[in-house]
Structures are given as structure tokens and as C-alpha cells.
Design a protein around this ligand. Sequence first.
Ligand SMILES: *[C@@H]1O[C@H](CO)[C@@H](O)[C@H](O)[C@H]1NC(C)=O
Ligand SMILES: *[C@@H]1O[C@H](CO)[C@@H](O)[C@H](O)[C@H]1NC(C)=O
Ligand SMILES: *[C@@H]1O[C@H](CO)[C@@H](O)[C@H](O)[C@H]1NC(C)=O
Ligand SMILES: *[C@@H]1O[C@H](CO)[C@@H](O)[C@H](O)[C@H]1NC(C)=O
Ligand SMILES: *[C@@H]1O[C@H](CO)[C@@H](O)[C@H](O)[C@H]1NC(C)=O
Ligand SMILES: *[C@@H]1O[C@H](CO)[C@@H](O)[C@H](O)[C@H]1NC(C)=O
Ligand SMILES: *[C@@H]1O[C@H](CO)[C@@H](O)[C@H](O)[C@H]1NC(C)=O
Length: 393
Amino acid sequence: MSISRWPLLAVAAAAALAVLAEDPFGEDCRSKTYPPAGPTFKGTVPTYIINLDLPPSRRWDKLLSDKKIELKTVIQSIKNIANAFVPSGKAVEIVDTKLVRLISTLPYPFNEELKGIANASGIPLGEIVLFNIFYEIFTVCTSIVAEDKSGKLYHARNLDFGLFLGWDIKNSSWIITQELKPLVVTLDFQRNNKTVFKSTNFAGYVGMVSGIKPGIFTLTMNERFSLDGGYIGIFEWILGRRDGMWMGFLTRTVLENGTSYQEAKDQLVKTRLLAPAYFILGGNKSGEGCVITRSRQAALDIWDLDANGGTWYVVETNYDRWKAPLVLDDRRTPAMKCMNQTKQENISLPTIYDVLSTKPILNKLTVCTTLMEVSEGRSESYLRECIGSCSPW
Ligand SMILES: *[C@@H]1O[C@H](CO)[C@@H](O)[C@H](O)[C@H]1NC(C)=O
Ligand SMILES: *[C@@H]1O[C@H](CO)[C@@H](O)[C@H](O)[C@H]1NC(C)=O
Ligand SMILES: *[C@@H]1O[C@H](CO)[C@@H](O)[C@H](O)[C@H]1NC(C)=O
Ligand SMILES: *[C@@H]1O[C@H](CO)[C@@H](O)[C@H](O)[C@H]1NC(C)=O
Ligand SMILES: *[C@@H]1O[C@H](CO)[C@@H](O)[C@H](O)[C@H]1NC(C)=O
Ligand SMILES: *[C@@H]1O[C@H](CO)[C@@H](O)[C@H](O)[C@H]1NC(C)=O
Ligand SMILES: *[C@@H]1O[C@H](CO)[C@@H](O)[C@H](O)[C@H]1NC(C)=O
């Protein structure tokens, strides 16, 4: 089926772009970029309340009735790309028939929520399911957890999305990355009219890639491209072998129902997954911060903060920390260089925003930057733009 050809597309696009890439796209560490302004800042992100006291099928009504046009646009682009690879129109046919049947294999409340999203947006259910799978696969990111001298914890990330999903030659940008920006929302999940957690997300996706549980923990997820497992689990799931949890469903469950840093960490370490991932978790007291490198079955590595021992921050992009990043895609070294330059004495959300505004940490895939501070429950998200001489990823 068409979806299994995506990795080929990815390799072809990467090779083409590698040839096109000229000099390195780096720059000196930025400073004084906060409050966000200027050409790298594209706008603020609206907040929507998601009421967990409503039945799952009705929780997303307001959001999707506001965002259905933008969501249709992105899905149309995905279909155009799929059709270019499977010209017979079979790809879309498969999505509309086969993926719909899979809805009943998804756990509650996600199955009901996806049905509600399809109903509220008027978009066929199979396309909503496809869209949720895409979010799980095409997210590349930079995440940072840092502790200041007083033991206060900061957690921030650039959300980079749209890799290999079509390059717009006319204005040299990723089509899907551009089209996704209007879909970025901050979701305030509430029970009894009180915030349970907040998450910055794309409208239409029910998993979570970043979130804050005020006073308790912060969590982000980054994609881990790996040969040991890769996305085989997702294809197995489509074909009927459903052994493991969707990564975005796990992060959502942890954010919604986790009650402490330690409990969240245990669940992220132990739950069997459909694909490898990095979970970046921050807590509310000194030393509570880590990067968990996951295979489908187990945690391969846990990198904990240890400010007294000199580890006052952890950074994760999309590579295992014990391996060199791809030369063409090294966002880790520049991020660490800028963190080192900032120093623990001067770390804060504004100085972390500086780090995340430095190319190539900021690149053409960057959709938004999220800044979180757990003890005050602060969470801010900003849409980003990287124009001109800027790394394609
Ligand atoms: C701390 O960061 C701010 C914001 O970038 C900068 O203006 C200031 O010079 C820095 N202070 C020190 C001591 O590095
Ligand atoms: C579908 O949406 C309509 C309003 O757009 C609503 O009246 C109906 O109850 C919804 N159906 C389900 C199953 O949620
Ligand atoms: C690129 O083109 C798209 C659609 O034509 C537009 O929405 C977007 O703003 C453009 N991006 C840039 C960086 O010019
Ligand atoms: C939440 O607030 C609304 C209006 O502010 C009120 O009508 C509703 O009863 C409240 N719900 C709960 C569960 O407290
Ligand atoms: C989080 O940390 C702050 C500052 O140390 C503290 O005042 C607050 O009580 C903590 N919250 C929880 C839920 O432990
Ligand atoms: C969280 O727990 C509640 C109560 O057990 C359950 O109804 C809900 O589905 C859980 N949420 C998720 C995302 O699993
Ligand atoms: C940053 O500092 C750490 C700790 O001193 C060091 O191990 C690392 O090599 C530095 N990285 C860069 C890119 O400067």
C-alpha cells in the first residue's frame, strides 16, 4: 500500500536536499530575542479549553468547528502527495476504507475523540486517523530541560514538522510546515473547570507532543529514527498485530492521569510502544529532569539532570546521545554550545528562547517554540518562521 512507500520518498528527498544544501546554515548564538518579535516570530498561539467532563466525542467540537478549513487544507496536501506516488487514486481509497475499520482497535477515549473530530470537521474518519498517524511519524524537534541556580526548572522545545512532505520550490519552504501553522493551538484540558494540563498541539491530533502539568511535571516527545524497530510497529498495527501503545497516546495518558514526576517517569520507561521515541521529562524540584531513550520494548538510556555534578541541562534532538548526529542535521552541538555560553547563572525562559532562535536549531521545519516553567505553571507558545538562508531541517 502507498504508505509503505513513504520511507523511499524520504530518502530521495533527503539526498536531493543534501546536494542542494550549500554552506552550513549556522550562526552565532542569538541574544535578546525575547519577547518574540521580528522576522522569526510569526504570531501567538490561541488557547482552547478541552473539557474532560464532556463525553470524548464532544470535547473537540468548538476547536474543530473553528479549524476545519485549515485542517482540510493540510489533509488535501497530504493526499496530493500520496496521489503523486500512487497515481491510480488507490492511496485515498485505502485510507477511506481500511483505516476507518482500524478505529475500533484504538483504545478509549481516543477512538471516541477521533470520531467526534471527524463529525465536527466533516472530514472522513479515515483521513483523521491517517492524520494522527502522520503526526506520530513526521515530527523532528529540539527539546531542552534546564535547572537554574535556585533549582527552578525550565523546559522548552522547538516543534519541527513536515520533513519530506513536499518542498515548495517557489518560496523554498515545506508546504505542510506552512499549512500547519494556522492549526497550532494551546489546549487547556480541564476537569471541574480546573486545568489538569496544558499542551501545544495541532488541531485534529489527539495525542500529545508537549505538555505541562502545573506544579508537577512537563513533558515533550521527539521522534527517534531507528533501525531497531523503526516504524515497523505502526505497519504491524495496521496489518493486525497490535502489540504496544501509540507514543502520543502514552504522553496524553501520562499528562492527563499522571500524579507525580516519578510516576510519569516509570510509565514512560516501562510501557511497550509501537515505535521508538525520546521522552523529555521535567519535574518540579532540583534534579528532576531527564531524557528517556526508548526502543519499542525498553528504555535504552536515561539521562538525568545532576546540577551538582555539572549536568544542569539536558538537550535532545533526534539522535541518541551516545552517537554523533548526522552531519547534515546537527542541531545538538549548536544547542549545547549556546547553552554553555549562556551559563547556568543566566538561564531563564528568555535566554532559552535565544537558544531556540539560533539557526539551525531554528530552521525551515520549525512550526513553533514552546516555553514552560513548571512551578508557576507558565506555558507560552510562539509561531516561528525561518526565511532566507536557513537550513531546510
Ligand atoms: C543574561 O541574558 C540576558 C538576555 O539575553 C543578557 O541581556 C545578559 O547580558 C545576560 N547576562 C549575563 C551576565 O550573561
Ligand atoms: C455530530 O455533530 C453534530 C453537530 O455538528 C451533533 O449534533 C451530533 O450530535 C454529533 N454526533 C455525534 C455522534 O457526536
Ligand atoms: C509560501 O507559500 C505559501 C502558500 O503559497 C504561503 O502561505 C506562505 O506564507 C509562503 N511562505 C513564505 C515563507 O513566503
Ligand atoms: C464550570 O463553569 C461553568 C460556567 O462558568 C458552570 O456553568 C459549570 O457548572 C461549571 N462546571 C463545573 C463542573 O463546575
Ligand atoms: C513546585 O515548586 C514550587 C517552588 O519550589 C513550590 O512552591 C510548589 O509547592 C511546588 N508544587 C508542587 C505541586 O509540589
Ligand atoms: C484517565 O483516567 C480516567 C479515569 O480513570 C479515564 O476515564 C480516562 O480515560 C483516562 N485518560 C486517558 C487519556 O487514558
Ligand atoms: C558544553 O559543556 C559541556 C560540559 O562542560 C561539555 O561536555 C560539552 O562538550 C560542551 N559542548 C559544547 C558544544 O560546547
